[in-house]
Design a protein around this ligand. Structure first.
Ligand code: 5GP
Length: 127
């Protein structure tokens, strides 16, 4: 059981299939540790997903069990993608949904990068 409490890694999850090239994506970056591609249902003018190449169910799983090289490589890729997309100015948002309470839909760790407009409050106010 991975540390997130989510089910064990499912090699048939959609991002695993994208990594294997079984499903197309609009790729923006790829290196040894990460793949970045446009979200299929964008929530902002720029909405890119960055995923590690390793099989990690969630943020908790990745941060507890990935190697230092994978973690460094992944987060450097997040920064590189934001920079290459021209999002450092005026800014952008990074978001990672972790587990059921956060509404994580795809059980392969991923970071969303949002940009291209003023992004408003971080969360919708609510109970
Ligand atoms: P989560 O809710 O797990 O944080 O985010 C999953 C994201 O993956 C969603 O924003 C959703 O639009 C995106 N997504 C789901 N399936 C696909 C797909 O087949 N291709 C791409 N490019 N994005 C996907």
């Amino acid at each position: 059981m991975p540390v997130s409490g989510l089910p064990p890694y499912d090699p048939q999850n959609i991002f695993a299939r994208i990594l294997r090239g079984e499903i197309p994506c609009r790729k923006v970056h790829e290196d040894d540790h990460a793949l970045a591609f446009h979200d299929i249902n964008p929530q902002a003018p720029v909405h890119v997903l960055v995923i590690p190449k390793g099989a990690y169910v969630s943020a908790a799983d990745f941060h507890a069990t990935a190697t230092d090289a994978e973690i460094a490589g992944f987060w450097r890729a997040v920064g590189q993608v934001a920079r290459e997309l021209g999002l450092e100015q005026p800014g952008h948002r990074l978001l990672a949904n972790m587990g059921l309470a956060a509404g994580q839909e795809v059980p392969h760790f991923h970071v969303h990068i949002f940009g291209g407009r003023a992004l408003g409050p971080m969360l919708t106010p609510g109970g």
